[in-house]
Design a protein around this ligand. Structure first.
Ligand SMILES: [Zn+2]
Length: 206
């Protein structure tokens, strides 16, 4: 029996929970991906400088464009686009992120936190705007990918749930990318290690 048949509010609550879970990861994800991109950039620039030095003055180190900086920029650019779209749909001014991911990682984190707060305050209004879903899915996929890549600590609003296997209240609820590329619920017990891949989501319940 579908969950909605038992509790009509369940699909709605699941949607809100997955939404908040994703946007709550923004500060850590933006900070981690920005840090890695900067470190890699610095390293490559230094190597390049070493390679071409010995022949006089170098005033222009080419910008190194690697996968790390592309990934960090993808999260930033998509978040910025999503905020602009959401703001125009609901008619409330959103944090106006700088057009480029700031080199200052602390500043980038601060902006991501401002975005997180703004979106969390408006999740119940955003729910009504179906046309935001494609950009939202894209942003959330990037968030899950960056979180996994950098192993950033997960921020959760939900308290640990009771484990049906060992009986300890130690089950963390996360969203991961399933085989179909969509967000899938993962319940992991820190006590006994039991993992349940849930099916209770859903963008289609929106
Ligand atoms: Zn357990």
């Amino acid at each position: 029996m579908p969950l909605d048949a038992i509790d009509p509010e369940a699909g709605y609550r699941a949607w809100v929970e997955q939404y908040l879970w994703h946007i709550d990861q923004l500060p850590n994800v933006v900070e981690a991906s920005g840090t890695v991109a900067l470190a890699t950039h610095g390293l490559k620039a230094a190597q390049l400088k070493e390679r071409v030095s010995g022949g006089g003055y170098i005033d222009n180190i080419p910008v190194v464009d690697g996968p790390e900086s592309r990934n960090a920029r993808a999260v930033w650019d998509t978040l910025r686009a999503y905020l602009t779209a959401a703001s125009s749909r609901i008619g409330v001014e959103a944090p106006n992120l700088p057009p480029m991911l700031p080199d200052d990682v602390a500043a980038a984190r601060w902006w991501a936190f401002a975005a997180n707060e703004w979106l969390a305050d408006r999740v119940h209004v955003i729910l009504d705007h179906q046309d935001l879903a494609p950009l939202e899915d894209q942003l959330f996929r990037l968030i899950r990918r960056a979180r996994t890549q950098h192993g950033t600590p997960v921020v959760r609003r939900q308290p640990a749930e009771l484990c049906m296997v060992c009986g300890v209240q130690g089950v963390a609820v996360d969203w991961v990318t399933g085989g179909d590329g969509r967000a899938t619920l993962a319940r992991t017990c820190r006590e006994c290690g039991d993992v349940q891949m849930g099916t209770e989501k859903k963008e289609q319940d929106r």
